[in-house]
Design a protein around this ligand. Structure first.
Ligand SMILES: Cc1cc2nc3c(=O)[nH]c(=O)nc-3n(C[C@H](O)[C@H](O)[C@H](O)COP(=O)(O)O)c2cc1C
Length: 374
């Protein structure tokens, strides 16, 4: 097994034992008010024992919905919108550390993709651009509302650090609020937050700068970004790379490279039926374009299944770390298997039943179950 993938690395001074990251994956294993269950803590411990270097939790909410997702039969995401959630993580984080791994918490704000029935009103977004598939039209945010969401990201970052996580990651990919501001398709504003690259990056810059005041200079801040939303008039990789450089300048420590949006191009995020090596690493060109321009560490996610492909991504200067989601649903101990000398690729076949069921049932691999079950 390659030595490069098992070489230690670091993000802003936090040492990671190898290059393998568990990408944020909505486990649907929180309580109805967003607390971690024992089953979720056990999963993180299992991933850590399975030799994942850095585990990134599923996206935690920075603002509570007034209406419980349970009323719609949906599983709740994790929550980090209140100080009451800080002490809930100590034992889970200790178990991960004891196994020699690190853990970051992903936090996010749904923005345009929010659920009106849970908000009790329209989603908030930079501009009122409706989602064609659902007909949901968000409301354009006021300056006060922008300031409030920036502050909520920063306060949640403070809580993530206080809870003992090794880093915070902002969910800036897949059509959440950060993507909404970056993409000219969803951001039609005429004020200081729309138009030029600097203006479309401003919302994220404000979050990073305010969070830095609360978490200090040394605490790692990571962003997962979509480098294209794959829609006409949307975000281009050239623009995304230039905005990423602005975020790095503002104090960002690491970027995870993804693409697509749940609202317009969900099939681009977790691509189906990855069978051959040339179908893997489907965001590698984006990551390479980023690494050529920006000096901070880069994680590559999307379709990585074969150690040789991952090794090459690092060798070719497209990434410093490789990040996987679906393979770990099937094989939480995958890295341990590779480490022990079995180089066979991940057995996940990207059937995407996990992706299609994630808000309804705790994640599991459906591969060995008859189709249509659940
Ligand atoms: C069930 C499921 C839930 C996911 N939840 C999240 C999430 O909460 N946050 C996030 O940034 N990405 C999420 N993703 C996307 C993955 O992190 C990853 O970017 C994508 O699946 C591609 O990587 P893969 O081919 O290794 O699965 C999810 C994916 C799946 C399959």
């Amino acid at each position: 097994m390659s030595s490069l993938l098992f070489q230690p690395t670091h993000i802003a001074g936090v040492q990671l034992k190898n290059r393998f990251v568990r990408s944020a994956t909505a486990e649907a294993m929180a309580t109805d008010d967003g607390r971690p269950t024992q089953a979720l803590k056990d999963l993180y411990a299992r991933l850590a024992e399975g030799e994942v270097g850095l585990i990134i939790t599923s996206g935690a909410m920075i603002e509570a919905w007034p209406i419980s997702p349970a009323t719609l039969g949906l599983r709740s995401p994790l929550a980090m919108h209140d100080d009451a959630y800080i002490p809930l993580w100590q034992d889970a984080i200790e178990a991960v550390h004891q196994a020699g791994a690190n853990i970051a918490m992903q936090i996010g704000y749904l923005g345009r993709q929010d659920i009106p029935a849970l908000r009790g009103g329209p989603p908030l977004a930079p501009s009122a651009v409706a989602i064609a598939s659902t007909g949901v039209e968000p409301r354009e945010m006021t300056q006060t509302e922008i300031d409030e969401v920036v502050e909520k990201f920063a306060q949640a970052s403070r809580r993530v650090k206080a809870a003992g996580f090794d880093a915070v990651q902002y969910h800036g990919a897949h059509g959440n609020i950060i993507t909404n501001f970056m993409s000219p398709f969803t951001n039609r504003r005429q004020d200081a937050y729309g138009g030029s690259l600097a203006n479309r990056a401003r919302f994220s810059v404000e979050i990073i700068k305010r969070a830095r005041e609360l978490v200090g200079a040394a605490y790692p801040i990571i962003i997962k970004l979509s480098f294209s939303d794959f829609v006409e008039g949307g975000l281009t990789v050239e623009d995304a790379v230039r905005m990423a450089a602005i975020l790095a300048e503002a104090g960002l420590d690491c970027i995870e490279v993804s693409g697509g949006t749940l609202s317009e191009t969900p099939e681009r995020i977790s691509r189906k039926n990855i069978k051959k090596e040339d179908q893997e690493a489907y965001f590698q060109p984006f990551a390479k374009a980023l690494k050529d321009q920006v000096g901070i560490p880069v994680m590559l996610v999307g379709g990585l299944r074969t150690p040789r492909v991952m090794e090459k991504a690092i060798q070719d200067g497209a990434a410093d770390m490789v990040s996987l989601s679906r393979p770990f649903i099937r094989e939480p101990q995958l890295i341990k298997r590779w480490q022990s000398g079995d180089p066979q690729k991940a057995t996940c076949v990207s059937c995407n039943q996990c992706f299609e069921n994630w808000v309804h049932t705790p994640i599991r691999c459906f591969m060995d179950e008859p189709l249509g079950k659940d």
